[in-house]
Design a protein around this ligand. Structure first.
Ligand code: IDP
Ligand code: MG
Length: 153
């Protein structure tokens, strides 16, 4: 099964939305196989957002990502990257579709509640950036065949 990285950003922590977002992940059927709180620093953010370092908003983005701890999660499932990106919605919360996490909880282009990996390759690199191997638990939920048909696995 595919894996993806989710980050509940400081705006989600500050607004007490941890439960809301985790509830959606659980209800969808993505399998949470790693989860921890951590304080991000500039070094890890420069690597994580390396595609944005030249943008004018980069300093504000880094500052906002360090204002409180974040929750990082490894999510597992068939097509987990695409499934969680679709649940997350467009980058700008004002434009994100209702029903998505950003569409329902954000009115900002920056303070948009959650990070979601955008490709399988980036997901694996991001998981390795934020987690040590022993922090990821590769268990199979007992209800796996209530999530998926036998010929999907
Ligand atoms: P994504 O989070 O939807 O994958 P990216 O383009 O990878 O979007 O940008 C990473 C993060 O940088 C966004 O989630 C958002 O917090 C911030 N960001 C992106 N574009 C803007 C912008 O135009 N203004 C302010 N912040 C932005
Ligand atoms: Mg991105």
């Amino acid at each position: 099964m595919e894996r993806t990285l989710a980050i509940l950003k400081p705006c989600a922590i500050e607004r007490s939305l941890i439960g809301e977002v985790v509830k959606r992940i659980e209800q969808k059927g993505l399998i949470i196989c790693g989860m921890k709180m951590m304080q991000l620093d500039e070094k890890i953010l420069r690597a994580h957002y390396s595609h944005l370092v030249d943008k004018p908003f980069f300093p504000l983005l880094v500052e906002s990502m360090m204002t409180s701890p974040v929750i990082v999660m490894v999510l597992k499932g068939i097509d987990a990257v695409e499934v969680f990106r679709n649940m997350t919605g467009s980058t700008n919360g004002r434009k994100a579709a209702p029903g998505t996490i950003r569409g329902d909880f954000s009115v900002s282009g920056q303070q948009n509640i959650v990070h979601a990996s955008d490709s399988v390759e980036n997901a694996e690199a991001e998981i390795n950036r934020f987690f040590r191997p022993e922090e990821i638990f590769d268990y199979i939920p007992s209800g796996l065949y209530d999530l998926y048909a036998k010929d999907e696995i």
